[in-house]
Design a protein around this ligand. Structure first.
Ligand code: ASP
Length: 583
């Protein structure tokens, strides 16, 4: 037998038992009299085994040890170890596999270059941190599945080789050998298929789906990521928010043992006005204060603009010197501001700052009052278009106050009533904020044939779930009526032919009886990262890609042979040397 027990689970209750444990030699210490202490490690932890020196056991050898559990001698108990009260003695040892010295020491992984860790990911996976994170991830997946099943959702797998999907990122494509010159796209999401499921009477669909988007990578983004993908018929936004809150709540409870606090609900406009972001981090204050009205009759040129808003950085006058404020100003300029207006609040409560000389006494007093200014505070103002003022202060707020990811508890916020279009592009067409199947607010449908300004005012039935300032996911009520769908396509500048070519099969399906339906998807990697207290999602993915999208372990992406290219009917435009260099 290779094992009777896991190393980390042995305790005083096992004293006197003959056990067999197998695992990796974590550490080895010599101990006089031809004995050595071996810390044997498996997924559950480590246990100390006392073995005869004659065995040449090196770090990371894989061994099987038979022995008897006994209490540790007086004075050698290790309270930091779960198995610290016992050890395995009278050991017989069998080496199952030897190991070369590791490319990096497990106990100092954080000091090792990430490329090296990814090149030897199987070594990295042995660390307690990754073992813990992956266990946690499995718990999250399992809890989500249970919660969705309990809510009568059916798990359905949608295909990986598909036609281009409408999420708006760049597709990964796969050449189709049997159809030279044609390509499959890998799914950016199962969006169209899940809507087809609704037409197909599936009623409630879910999938823990792999999605692929060819976008620049960041700490919170990988080319491939996992989403809880959901769609349901005969329901609207409120029901979807409940379904998802249930699933997320169950995932949190499975990991932390407690159900998270009820989510907060906030309209997009409120989020933008108070937090300057559509993913408000409500763990801390520093809310944006509306000041436009206060400057209605101002003679100060800087404040004669569409919008003035500010943040009271409590106590900031004491903690931030002139250089620090200049640095903040530079940051605001990088984010697109003309400048940052600032005032220190003096000991007598009066405002001090270069701009006071352009402001009336009443204006200064009103500003202090509106911002609840106390001696020692620092008032930071942006005067610009409303759009810019909100966005810049939103970034400034995070810069000043954002706590580390694992502080401040779990704060879920549902942001609702997103605008249907987020901007107008160079050709004068609006850009969909979500995807083109998102239902507008029925009160705003008439605006769809209006001018650009009117279009930007159209609200949609789209909603996001935000956790501690991270966008976890988005969803919407879908358009199931062709007249509205046509109006949205028209507004987006998508011609009938293009709509037909890109989404024809979905539109076709809608001709045969489409139920009203709505859905959502959220990123599991991000949720797990937050629950694990990790800033970087690569720490919660077994085999992630580097920042440049490469996998140093399996050496992908890689060139393929000329024969393979021929088979696919492809020719590479670069010279051979360039192809090799790409490696
Ligand atoms: N397909 C959308 C996305 O991946 C989510 C949804 O609307 O259900 O962002």
């Amino acid at each position: 037998m290779l094992r009777t027990d896991y190393c980390g689970e042995l305790g005083v209750g096992d004293v006197g038992r003959e056990v067999v444990v197998s695992g990796w030699v974590d550490r080895r210490r010599e101990h006089g009299d031809h004995l050595a202490f071996i810390d044997l490690r498996d997924r559950s932890g480590v246990v100390q085994c006392v073995v005869d020196e004659r065995h040449d056991l090196r770090s990371e050898y894989v061994v099987r040890i038979c022995g008897k559990v006994r209490p540790r001698p007086e004075g050698t108990v290790n309270p930091n170890l779960l198995t610290g009260e016992i050890e395995v003695g009278d050991c017989t040892v069998e080496v199952l596999s030897t190991a070369e010295p590791l490319p990096f020491p497990l106990h100092a992984r954080t000091e090792v270059d990430e490329n090296v860790r990814l090149r030897y990911r199987y070594v990295d996976l042995r660390t307690e941190r990754l073992q813990h994170n992956l266990e946690l991830r499995a718990k999250v997946n399992s809890a989500i599945r249970k919660a969705m099943e309990a809510q009568r959702f059916t798990e359905i797998e949608t295909p990986m080789l598909v036609a281009s999907t409408p999420e708006g990122a760049r597709d990964f494509v796969v050449p189709a050998r049997l159809h030279p010159g044609h390509f499959y796209a890998l799914p950016q999401s199962p969006q169209i298929f899940k809507q087809l499921c609704m037409v197909g009477g599936i009623d409630r669909y879910y999938q823990i789906a792999r999605c692929l988007r060819d976008e620049d990578l960041r700490a919170d983004r990988q080319f491939e990521f996992m989403q809880l993908d959901v769609e349901a018929s005969f329901v609207g936004q409120d029901e979807i928010m409940v379904f998802i809150s249930e699933a997320v709540g169950a995932a949190v409870a499975a990991v932390t043992g407690t159900v998270p606090p009820e989510p907060i609900y906030m309209s997009w406009t409120e989020a933008m006005e108070r937090y300057g972001s559509d993913k408000p981090d409500v763990r801390f204050g520093l809310e944006l204060v509306e000041l436009t009205g206060l400057f209605a009759d101002t003679t100060a040129k800087v404040f004669q603009v569409e919008c003035v808003k500010g943040i009271n950085y409590t106590g900031g006058s004491k903690s931030l010197g002139r250089n620090a404020i200049d640095e903040l100003t530079r940051k605001c300029q990088q984010w697109g501001a003309k400048g940052l207006a600032w005032f220190r609040v003096g000991d007598d409560g009066a405002l001090e700052g270069a701009l006071t000389k352009f402001m009336s006494v009443q204006e200064q007093a009103a500003l202090g009052l509106a911002m609840d200014a106390k001696p020692g505070d620092l008032l930071l103002l942006i005067a610009d278009s409303r759009r810019k003022a909100r966005a810049i202060l939103g970034l400034l707020r995070l810069e000043l106050g954002r706590p580390p990811i694992n502080e401040g508890g779990l704060n879920f916020v549902w942001v609702t009533d997103f605008p249907l279009f987020e901007a107008i592009d160079d050709q004068g067409h609006p850009v969909a904020a979500h995807h083109p199947f998102t239902m507008p607010h029925l009160d705003d449908v008439a605006l769809l044939d209006g001018a650009a300004e009117e279009l930007l005012a159209v609200r949609s039935q789209a909603y996001d779930l935000v956790l501690n300032g991270w966008e976890l996911g988005s969803g919407s009520v879908r358009i199931h009526r062709m007249d509205i769908q046509r109006a949205v396509f028209r507004a987006l500048g998508i011609s009938d032919e293009e709509a037909e070519q890109r989404f024809g099969f979905l539109l076709d399906a809608f001709r045969y009886g489409a139920p009203p339906h709505a859905g959502f998807a959220f990123g599991i990697d991000r949720l797990v990262a937050i629950l694990a207290g990790e800033e970087n999602i690569r720490e919660v993915i077994a085999f992630p890609k580097t920042q440049s999208g490469a996998d140093p372990l399996s050496n992908s992406p890689t060139v393929i042979s000329d024969r393979h290219l021929d088979e696919l009917g492809l020719r590479i435009k670069f010279a051979d040397s360039a192809r090799r260099l790409e490696l």
